[in-house]
Design a protein around this ligand. Structure first.
Ligand SMILES: C[S@@+](CC[C@H](N)C(=O)[O-])C[C@H]1O[C@@H](n2cnc3c(N)ncnc32)[C@H](O)[C@@H]1O
Length: 213
């Protein structure tokens, strides 16, 4: 029988690849955790960590950190990393709003935001992970020229992100309204998360935009 939530939450506290509301590695991810000088990529709203795990397997020289507030999903992500002996990936369980507690200015090379909740009601737009509020949180921790990648099934979140990019004068690098119908191929685009697979089965198109400050 599988473990219940309480058992998973207890295990989370003992997992060496999980930082639960614990910013002890701030400014020291490479020197004290990964113990190398690899690039650091964050997956925000990582859920079960599919992108972080997929990228960690594709790029063993680089480092990957997934962040989400849901403890049972982080447990799954961290357990899968252990099962695959992946030492270049770990996970933070906390609100993304608290990112500044975890990273020094310029400590992060790249960010992926994967199938984040679109928060459909206009009154909740500030909670969208590409709202001006969140883009202000990411800006200091990202290296100069660092890229933010958004993959989403949501037309609303995609359009909102494009409008926010324009409003804030950010620079688009790539923009595909239907990534699997576009002619582009890139190893990193092909990783499919748990939610992405569900949306594809339901016939939704997957949108992708990357941008920088
Ligand atoms: C629809 S799920 C996507 C999970 C995963 N990326 C995937 O594609 O399978 C959205 C995730 O975003 C997380 N999330 C949304 N807002 C968050 C926030 N402010 N801080 C931390 N996690 C957040 C939720 O807990 C949830 O796991």
């Amino acid at each position: 029988m599988g473990k219940n939530k309480l058992e998973k939450f207890a295990e989370l506290k003992e997992m060496s690849n999980v930082f639960e509301k614990d910013g002890q590695m701030k400014g020291k991810w490479n020197s004290h955790y990964f113990k190398n000088q690899g690039k650091i990529t964050l997956e925000l709203a990582c859920g079960k960590g599919d992108y972080a795990l997929g990228l960690a397997q594709l790029f063993p020289e680089d480092n990957f950190i997934g962040m989400d507030i849901k403890g049972n999903r982080i447990w799954t992500a961290a357990t899968r990393a252990g099962d695959h002996n992946l030492e270049n990936v770990c996970f933070i369980r906390d609100q993304i709003d608290h990112l500044a507690d975890y990273f020094e200015p310029g400590e992060v090379d790249e960010i992926w935001i994967t199938f984040a909740d679109p928060f459909l009601q206009p009154g909740r737009a500030r909670r969208r992970l590409t709202s001006p509020k969140f883009l202000e949180i990411y800006k200091p921790i990202l290296k100069k020229g660092g890229v933010i990648n958004l993959k989403t099934d949501s037309d609303l979140l995609y359009q909102f992100t494009l409008e926010t990019i324009q409003e804030l004068g950010l620079k688009i690098i790539h923009n595909y309204p239907d990534i699997y119908q576009s002619k582009v191929t890139h190893l990193t685009y092909d990783i499919q998360t748990y939610y992405e697979q569900k949306h594809l089965k339901n016939g939704l198109t997957i949108k992708y935009v990357s941008f920088t400050y």
